[in-house]
Design a protein. Sequence first.
Length: 446
Amino acid sequence: MSPHTTSRSRVHRTVATGLPLALAAALVAAGTAAAAPSGDAYVTRTATLGDIPLGAFSNGLLPGSVDDDRGIDLGGIGSDIYPAGRKGEYWTVSDRGPNGQIKVAGKKRRTFPLPGFDPAIVKVWVSGDTVKVIDAVPITTSSGKPVTGLPNQQGRDEAPYTYDAATQLSYNPNGLDTEGIVRAEDGTFWLVDEYGPSLIHVSARGKVLTRYVPRGLGLTGTDYPVVEALPSVLLHRKINRGFEGLAQLPGGDLVIALQSPLSLPDADAGDASRTTRLLRFSPRKKAATAEYAYRFDPVNVVDPSEDDTSELKISSVVAVGRDRLLVEERTDKAARLQLVKLQRKSDILGGPWDDDTTSPSLEQLDDPATAGVPVLTKRLVVDLGKVAGVPGKIEGIARVDDDTLALINDNDFGMTDGAGAFDAQGRLVDSGVETTVTYVRLPDGI
């Protein structure tokens, strides 16, 4: 932990409503940046989430869900950020919880140190240099049970293991690896998930109303409704690279970003590809209504320190007007925001590129545009990798006004991969990376 962390015994909780409120004190933050030259984006403020024991947080929402938090604090809420209406307040969402990878006999195993952890919608307030938790909503099944963050299907998802990778855990068809979040006018939430990949409609108090998945997924045994309403080609998503970004257009339609190119026809093709997909979904029709091909810039343009194309990801999409989006292209170390316009002529839904027998596949095309694919045109808005003070692994972006963005990072609950993630007593060896909200000013606007 940072030498500035708050003692775990001094964290206070208010549970009059069964939810943790204002759980932690401020940590030292970066403060206010100096004015930048005209035309250059710059950080105006950074705020940090204090140390909140994850066991206290989780058990305040769902008593008994975490029996031992292994010294892990609340984190991972940087999967996305969405304005909550009042100045400085945002909805965020955690991912599936603390997880890592450990090699055993030369093969990586996915570890879940807190298998009882339940993903949560977390409302935060940015006050000065502090991020405060002011409300939290656990995501639950139809009967009010935790969905958990455990993988769904053997053979399709990674097998889950205990923190030391020694013992395999059970799969859970209800499990969600939640990522993007928006709030509808009726107070319900829409989330996306990496496992299915899925689009999830959630009540104002966190109950899963419907989980929309690709046709042919065959997910059974859930304690909530599952509807196969998405293109079956999405069954070829990479492991841990399903849906990540989610935007809500002014008319109410949703735009979902597939984090990485599909593994179509195989993993090698997906790793080499720079073409991923955006999906438009109508909550009114309860159906996908359009699909778009999105082309990444070369990886060394997005991140000059990286040469592996498979590290390219979309983590956030933000509506900035009717049919216009900011799209975040990133690696774990750098990110660039592109402006795109969704046009009817760019729709590829239901065409040959949704047929997984088409050869070459969309992902295999060296230049989709020359092959007749109506790839979305884009314009660079800002290279965040060149903005001093922006942390790594930005996964959530919110539009504050015409000139300002709020960015949130995913600190992975302070976890790292490898056998050294926990000490001999099974306590976390914290990475020291904190959850922050960073405000960036764009002098030229969006």
